[in-house]
Design a protein around this ligand. Structure first.
Ligand code: MSP
Length: 667
């Protein structure tokens, strides 16, 4: 029976459309899953969406939809994007599915029956954006994770006896493979050593969640609900024999991949819930760093996301996959830029692997009628031994780095083989050998050398292609077919060794796999993103100063009138000012942080002559929420405050006589 391998991504919140930060986690897991399948493991790869909780409920309300409608739409975006990218997940779990709901209740019941859940009252601070109880915070304090102002919660809750698990958790952490990388492990150890308090595992003041078993006044805390997906998806809590068998087979997970911001939930709460339920804990929880764009974490609230679709349209999925795994040192934060993406694409893919494939295969076509030549031993020398040696070492190093999650180093080693063969080809000049072999003299020695050089190059190409397959499934499958080797998915990676390319193999049709990207690729991608970011794309994008009337969304008709559809393009929302301060060296500008329900926006507004910063804090304002971001004095302004003014007069902020909820849309 083959070894099993179970790998999971976090399940993604449905309050925001997918961006390349989410794609990074999914791609990394997909690559690991693909390599495991090639190594013969019975692999199960799970991803999905996290759809309950107050954050989603509010986001749906702000969008004027029911939470279910809203979750359906965004979950479909994730699922469709993964399909378009050829992600090889075996299942996609949604926490609003019936199968999940029932099984989460079962887990809750089991832990309660085991004596680790009790009823109490929680009074304290809560961050809706992170769905996090913030211990020890006071009203008005910011969330330690995202910096947003916490909300005071006073409600009846079920509590989980986390405090009972301190020693058991520390025992788990003694295994250095349980939490990776080492820095995250150390953080978790010191957090747990500092003492654990019981945590709430239900909410009772809103309803968008899974009812607690036997007590429907409560919904299960969204993190309990979400973490449970890793076991519910594979059959935990089911009464069906097939599901039970799947759970028995796949649990515990071999790798649970997460972003570094959710380490505490996964390394403290999750194993404690499992221990409390009497279940085994995962073998490894692995945290990667963040993708940064314009120097900060790519996220919806900062308005600095890059959509995956843009890159797929221009360079394709394999280019993005290669770039993220090669460029980002796994575990650390990595910057994304279109420039770096195109540069890597051209140097490593178009000029590197792509060029090696096309020159080698074209020469085999030309000189050996499209059949891999036999390399006579007598014509081989130290140059060939060296390439064979590098290839053997590459197979070993690639595996060793990859298994340690050092994808960048693994790819570096595969590309050192590509570079070595490039050099070998240049030094051995197969084109000159070809001329001599085919010329008038039909030089036999040159023909033997040519066969050796091309066989050696093709064999090295085969090995680099096989190793890179999990990272770039499409392009490598094409190279494999062009080499006449059939379906690359049938390759058993554990048997990969130098010298297996059968002489006589008939090549397929040779075509470029990575056409060179020209300079305009960067600009095209940037433009596509700029257009997406400013839904009011045609407007003059005057994010500030405030007090100028909102520009029309599209050209007005001849009489200067716009249609209701034009108006509907402008997203006006109520927000509350959380932070207000003067912009240094400016008389006119204030920097504001405005909470619009789903997120906190930084807006730079030209109202400093009319308003002092402090009294603005707590005031409700109206902002144009879908204006393209713009930089003012080096600060990004993400929206515009609406104010009234006469030409040259002081602005007066728009406000309401009635109390209006934060996030409400003006229409
Ligand atoms: N729903 C929770 C997770 C529950 S798992 C039981 C959640 N969702 S999330 O959508 O906000 O983020 C999920 C994951 O997306 C992160 O852990 C991370 O893997 C990935 N990323 C989101 N933004 C990212 C970057 N800017 N950079 C890298 N990864 C990012 O948290």
């Amino acid at each position: 029976m083959s070894r099993k391998f179970y790998i999971t991504t976090p399940i993604y919140y449905v309050n925001a459309r997918p961006h390349i930060g989410h794609a990074y986690t999914t791609i990394t897991c997909d690559t690991i899953a693909r390599r495991q399948r090639m190594l013969g493991a019975d692999t199960f790869f799970l991803t999905g969406t996290d759809e309950h909780g107050q954050k989603i409920e509010r986001a749906a309300e702000a969008a004027g939809k029911t939470p279910q409608q809203y979750a359906d739409e965004i979950s479909a975006q994730f699922r469709n994007l993964w399909k378009r990218m050829g992600i090889s997940n075996d299942d996609f779990i949604r926490t609003t599915e019936d199968r999940h709901k029932k099984r989460v209740q079962e887990l809750f019941r089991q832990i309660r029956d085991n004596g680790y859940i009790y009823k109490g009252t929680y009074t304290g601070q809560y961050c809706v954006s992170d769905e996090l109880y913030v211990d020890g915070a006071q009203p008005g304090d910011p969330c330690p994770t995202c910096g947003r102002i916490t909300e005071t919660v006073h409600e009846e809750n079920y509590f989980f006896k986390l405090s009972a698990f301190q020693d058991k958790l520390l025992e788990l952490y003694a295994n250095p493979d349980f939490i990776r990388p080492e820095t995250r492990r150390n953080e978790v150890i010191s957090f747990v050593k500092s003492g654990l308090r019981d945590v709430s595992v239900s909410r009772s003041t809103f309803s968008w969640g899974i009812p607690a078993p036997d007590d429907p006044q409560h919904v299960i805390y969204v993190w309990f609900d979400a973490l449970a997906n890793y076991v519910t998806a594979i059959g935990y809590g089911s009464k069906h024999a097939a599901a039970q068998a799947a759970f028995k087979k796949y649990w515990p997970a071999d790798v649970q991949m997460i972003g570094k911001e959710i380490v505490r939930f996964h390394c403290v709460y999750w194993p404690a819930f499992l221990l409390a339920a009497g279940l085994p804990v995962p073998k490894a929880i692995v945290a990667h760093g963040w993708l940064l764009f314009e120097e900060s974490k790519m996220s919806k609230s900062r308005g600095n996301i890059v959509r995956t679709e843009t890159i797929l349209d221009v360079l394709g999925a394999d280019a993005l996959r290669y770039f993220l795994l090669r460029e980002v040192v796994f575990g650390q934060d990595g910057s994304f830029s279109f420039d770096a993406l195109v540069q890597r694409y051209n140097s490593d893919l178009a000029n590197g692997l792509g060029n090696l494939a096309s020159r080698t295969l074209t020469m085999i076509n030309r000189y050996f009628q499209g059949r891999v030549p036999e390399a006579p031993q007598s014509a081989a020398g130290p140059a060939e031994s060296l390439i064979a040696e590098i290839a053997r070492k590459t197979i070993q190093d690639f595996g060793a780095h990859f298994d340690q999650f050092q994808f960048s180093r693994a790819l570096e080693s595969a590309w050192s083989l590509v570079a070595a063969v490039d050099k070998y080809i240049v030094e051995n000049e197969p084109w000159s050998l070809g001329e001599k072999a085919l010329g008038e003299k039909k030089d036999e020695a040159s023909r033997a050398r040519l066969a050796t050089v091309l066989y050696t190059s093709a064999e090295a190409l085969r090995i680099a292609t096989a190793l890179a397959h999990p990272v770039m499934p499409d392009a490598t499958a094409k190279i494999w077919t062009q080499m006449g080797l059939g379906d690359i998915q049938k390759l058993a990676l554990s048997d990969l060794a130098w010298g297996q390319l059968p002489p006589g193999t008939k090549l397929g049709e040779v075509q470029p796999v990575f056409p060179r990207a020209d300079k305009s690729a960067v600009e095209r991608m940037q433009n596509m993103e700029d257009q997406q970011r400013g839904a009011v794309a045609e407007s003059p994008a005057s994010a500030a100063p405030a007090a100028t009337p909102a520009p029309a969304a599209s050209p007005a008709s001849a009489d200067g009138k716009i249609t209701i559809d034009d108006f509907a393009k402008i997203e006006l929302r109520v927000g509350v000012v959380k932070v207000a301060e003067r912009v240094p060296k400016s008389d006119k500008l204030l920097r504001l942080e405005i909470d619009i329900g789903t997120e906190v926006r930084q807006v730079v507004a030209g109202i400093a002559e009319a308003y002092a910063p402090e009294p603005l804090i707590g005031r409700k304002v109206v902002i144009v929420a879908n204006l393209a971001p713009r930089k003012l004095r080096g600060l990004e302004s993400n929206g515009m405050i609406v104010a009234a003014s006469l030409e040259g007069g002081k602005p007066a902020l728009a406000s309401f006589l009635e109390d209006v909820p934060i996030g409400a849309r003006l229409k």
